[in-house]
Design a protein around this ligand. Sequence first.
Ligand code: ZN
Length: 278
Amino acid sequence: MTLFLQTYNNYIWLAPYGYSVVFAGFSFYLFRLFEGFYATIFDKPLFRNYFIYKKLSEHQLAILTKEFSFYNSLSEKHKRQFQHRVASFISDKEFIGRENLQVTERMKVLTSAIGCMLSFGRKNYKFNLIEFILIYPKEFYSKVNNAYHKGEFNPKGRALVISWKDFEEGYQITNDNLNLGIHEFMHAMQLEAKRGGDGDSDRFEKQFQNILKQLTKPEIKDKLIATQYFRDYAFTNQYEFMSVMTEYFFESPQEFKKQFPELYGYTKKLLNFNFGDY
Ligand SMILES: [Zn+2]
């Protein structure tokens, strides 16, 4: 009996800690519940980042600052978030050079930066369907349709494949509405949304439906034909339309907004993109 009491006394002091653990667990559950409600009601994540801790190396940061104007347009807080995300993205993916291409730090930083720019409004920013980034020096032969490609997203191989020459032209020439990186990353984002499972995917699907509805309206259809604003390739199918439209969104937001304010608005919502001049 004495022994039992002793044991009991030895552990009773733990009780408040036990309650705290249960309370913390329950609070976390309530928080996640609230976060889910918030995302559904307001169509955007409550928090985009919980933790911001990763930093790029000095060399990597210099590349971003010198060559990526979107980064320079951000506030200090958003710069820290962006840096964290690019650093996480780089350590998360495997970069592989093809046809003797040597993958440089610059290639890693710039491809990751394009992906992280496209997903910057999202909480889930890492493109879960992409594990490998394959970089060819220029156009490459693709067995998908036995033709030369400048880029592709290969879901089976979990790979984003790009021609470096075309990727560079895509982001360096900023007034032609061509941006290979944005285009291919958008394909990956759209497939991820189709598989669903998180707030960002739900929002994507909802706004995607809004965009498709717009496209069935006679006055929008007529205007698309009359203005020939989007290049022909956009009308290949709904996936190409989304990728091409997103290139326009990033390369000429003002013109896009003026021409098709509804489509612009839904795209902005879909990406939850409230940065810089967008
Ligand atoms: Zn495409």
